[in-house]
Ligand binder design. Sequence first.
Ligand code: ADP
Length: 376
Amino acid sequence: MPVTVDVVRAALAGVALPASAGSLAASGRLSDILVRSGEVIVSIAIAPAEATAFEPVRQAAEAATAALPGVTKARAVLTSDATPATVQPTVPLAAPRAAAVATPQPVAVARPMRLPSLAGIRHIVAVASGKGGVGKSTTAANLALALAAASDAGARQLQVGVLDADIYGPSMPKLFALKGTPRILSGRTLAPLEGYGLKVMSIGFLVEPSKAMIWRGPMVASAITQMLRDVAWGELDVLVVDMPPGTGDAQLSLAQTAPLSGAVIVSTPQDLALIDARRGVAMFRDTGVPILGLVENMSYFVCDDCGKRHHIFANGGARVEAKRLGVPFLGEVPLDPIIRERSDAGLPVVVSEPHSTAAQAYRSIAEHLRRALALA
Ligand code: ADP
């Protein structure tokens, strides 16, 4: 018989809290029970100071769940809220800014397991880079806009969202010229903001970037997971996730747990950047996330005077690298000052300069993506 949430909850009635405080199931500490094809994740809400005392509870909950017939994999995690004195059964993500700042989320992530796919969202695509500054966020924003723009007269209009998960430097508020704190719709659900017809959620709307910088990897991954789950995305064909740059703990955690359809890796053509891009490809591959392809950003410079393409860094490094790695090459984006100027002004080129070479490059990459995701 397939395992259900109720069966798991019943099993957790046998798990006792510290200091004879009753059973875990009755305590209101169970903030989530997720079940998918025999895999179960149990989240237990604690105050940060309770982490040590609750570790035996976590282990017992994991063991009790794992022992159930039909469970192929079980994981229990401790999560903590901003209000340690009053642990609630649910953990609102979006509390006021100050509270969110003080909210280091997860405490224990032992054996990561991928979360179930999200109702209403067909594809979640990570846009990642091996290191910062290669134009990942700019590419993510313009690709999302290009995906949403009908590619040709007959093409279906896609519903697209953007989740800015770049906790170390959220760019979407600037790129989409959006400010403000998202509205709370119900207990723990947030309304995304809207920019150029896209639903946009950014960690920058919720936390002071300087505070988020110091979060440890699992905290970052948990905050982002909540943004995936607890935002009213509605029906989306594609949710583009602007990943934090690099291949550290946070990125690995996300790659392991988020229900991703695939990843796009952005690189500049230089050898050093390509070494980092290779690491990104390896990380997603190791976690079973398909690589949708490599994008070469700042690929060439078109001279105003002579109109010729100048490959100022190197020539086609990412294309060669993609071939070497056996992953698709999605296309090249020129180094074009207009991309930076328009991005800084909150007017991404795909919407503000749709006829530019740069916008055409993004649209062509979006076409490849549409096909890779069978959305063409
Ligand atoms: P990352 O997300 O990788 O850190 P960003 O997208 O924030 O990088 O881009 C870093 C800087 O480079 C920004 O100022 C951006 O406007 C600029 N930039 C990105 N791509 C291009 C491009 N193709 N041509 C010119 N400037 C670019």
